[in-house]
Write a protein that binds this ligand. Structure first.
Ligand SMILES: CC(C)(COP(=O)(O)OP(=O)(O)OC[C@H]1O[C@@H](n2cnc3c(N)ncnc32)[C@H](O)[C@@H]1OP(=O)(O)O)[C@@H](O)C(=O)NCCC(=O)NCCSC(=O)C[C@H](O)C(=O)O
Ligand SMILES: [Mg+2]
Length: 288
């Protein structure tokens, strides 16, 4: 549901069992971190990973980055201990994998309350199954505590029985349905990860595709993906200049319709231009 704008161009996953990565992350220029207890952590490593994630949140050493913990699903043996540890640590959000229904959201919110999760800790829901894509609008609209939807494209590909293909042609409908549901419910939406960490060209193309589809940012898995995603999900210099010029042209008119750079401008374009400028300002403020 709706919340004030906060840049989430880059949201980096890291296994909470990887102490070197947890240390390195303090210096990385990402907007948010997902301290993972789920798929990136082997079963034997989960107890220590839980302690590491909680300690990282409580350390106060990650600057302005948003800190989240991805816990294991409610149907797993680790969920209760993960939730207890996250409740005590009080991150900005708890990321819950494989959320498949509005009822599951309501149950999670009730379990947050029962576990004493602080008010400021939001729910980020992972949308990563065919069922979740088809019911995304109901899921994302189920509670004000759910503020961010995170696409899990690895699980989605697995559940669809398809392969990862160039341009994600076999996921286009799912991606667009998820963005539609997010916009209809005022939920922030993050694109899925790109697994081929050494393929810079492929990653850039996927960032651009995600931006064009309307995602607010990208979940990433490697430091090499930070700079291109930060750039791709920020308004470009040209977009900022265009927004400023368009607003000025409109505001010096009689408030009807004008042209700017040869294109028609109406009030709705001014609203979009103002949104672009406010995103740019929020990014600048975060970087400062
Ligand atoms: C993918 C990796 C396993 C690659 O690791 P590695 O081969 O060690 O990478 P590098 O040697 O190139 O690393 C260079 C340095 O960067 C640090 N590093 C690497 N990754 C991270 C990270 N994620 N966060 C912080 N720091 C990181 C290394 O420690 C090196 O540092 P230094 O030694 O000081 O130079 C690895 O990148 C990785 O584990 N990535 C995260 C994987 C993860 O969390 N996966 C779970 C989520 S993905 C998912 O499935 C989402 C969803 O559920 C879905 O279904 O799609
Ligand atoms: Mg997943």
């Amino acid at each position: 549901m709706t919340e004030g704008f906060r840049p989430r161009r880059t949201v980096l996953y890291m296994p909470s069992s990887n102490e070197r990565a947890l240390e390195k992350a303090k210096t990385l220029a990402v907007d948010a971190l997902i301290l993972d207890l789920e798929d990136a952590v082997a079963p034997d490593a989960k107890p220590q990973a839980r302690l590491n994630a909680a300690a990282a949140v409580k350390s106060g050493e990650y600057g302005a980055k948003e800190l989240t913990i991805r816990i294991n699903g409610a149907d797993t043996e680790w969920h209760a201990d993960d939730l207890k540890a996250a409740a005590e640590a009080g991150p900005d959000a708890i990321v819950v994998p494989k959320v498949n229904s509005a009822q599951q959201v309501l149950d999670l919110v009730a379990s947050f309350e029962a576990a004493g999760v602080p008010e400021h800790t939001k729910l980020w829901a992972m949308i990563e199954s065919p069922q979740a894509i088809l019911d995304a609008r109901e899921i994302l609209g189920a509670s004000d505590r759910l503020t961010v939807a995170v696409l899990g494209t690895n699980d989605l590909v697995k559940e669809l029985f398809v392969d990862h293909v160039p341009a994600r042609t076999n996921l286009v409908t799912s991606l667009q349905l998820a963005v539609l549901a997010a916009r209809a419910t005022g939920t922030v939406i993050l694109d899925g990860v790109y697994n081929d960490v050494k393929n810079e060209e492929g990653f850039l193309a996927e960032v651009e595709q995600g931006r064009q589809f309307g995602f607010d940012g990208k979940t990433i898995i490697h430091p090499g993906q930070i700079a291109p995603a930060n750039e791709g999900f920020a308004p470009s210099e040209a977009a900022i200049e265009n927004a400023k010029g368009l607003i000025e042209a409109f505001e010096s008119s009689d408030g009807g319709v004008v042209t700017y750079n040869g294109k028609m401008v109406e009030n709705l374009h001014v609203e979009s231009a103002k949104r672009t400028l406010s995103i740019a300002a929020a990014i600048e403020a975060l970087q400062a």
